[in-house]
Write a protein that binds this ligand. Structure first.
Ligand code: AMP
Length: 175
């Protein structure tokens, strides 16, 4: 089972980057080519009924598996970045964090109206970031076809927020 293999490989780092956060470090997955292929295949299996035109990946760990997945599916990959990094014309979205706020942006000409888009990140925590990305997609006239994460922290209830955009939420390992 992919979830057991992920559980063994993911490194837990207590109190990182601050006190009280149990950080799930996915970098060991990147060192295991077979497991990486297993992750991509598991996503493709679970997405087999979903029509997708592009995958949007969230900076920066959402680029790793997101780009591989899009490439294997033969569809475009579009990066979402923190503000100030993308050189072209962008659409921005600001959202609240537990303390303060964050802002993400996308190259607006990369997304075509009516496209069905998969939102991908390595990990779903509160869902604030993925919701911000879903807002950007909708503002560009495209559809959120689903969400795919390697890991979901279910005790934070992020999935319930995401259901406002799509019921199609995939996570390969839930904690
Ligand atoms: P959120 O917006 O709360 O869903 O946070 C999601 C983002 O924060 C993702 O890009 C994750 O990579 C990162 N993140 C949040 N909590 C953790 C955690 N416990 N371990 C690893 N990454 C985390």
């Amino acid at each position: 089972m992919i979830s057991d293999r992920l559980d063994k490989a993911i490194r837990e780092v207590p109190n990182f980057p601050k006190e009280g956060i149990n950080f799930k470090d996915i970098t060991p997955l990147l060192m295991d080519a077979e497991l990486t292929n297993g992750i991509i295949d598991a996503f493709i299996n679970q997405l087999n009924r979903v029509k997708l035109d592009a995958i949007v990946g969230i900076e920066s760990r959402g680029f790793l598996f997101g780009f591989l997945l899009a490439n294997k599916m033969g569809i475009p990959f579009v990066p979402i970045r923190k503000v100030g990094k993308l050189p072209g014309e962008t659409l921005k979205y600001k959202y609240d964090l537990e303390y303060g706020s964050a802002e993400v942006e996308i190259h607006k000409n990369d997304i075509q109206k009516e496209w069905n888009i998969l939102v991908h990140d390595d990990l779903l925590a509160t869902g604030g970031t993925a919701c911000a990305v879903a807002e950007l997609i909708q503002q560009l006239g495209a559809k959120v076809a689903g969400f795919a994460f390697v890991v979901a922290l279910d005790f934070l209830n992020g999935k319930s927020k995401l259901r406002a955009y799509s019921d199609n939420i995939i996570s390969l390992k839930d904690y």
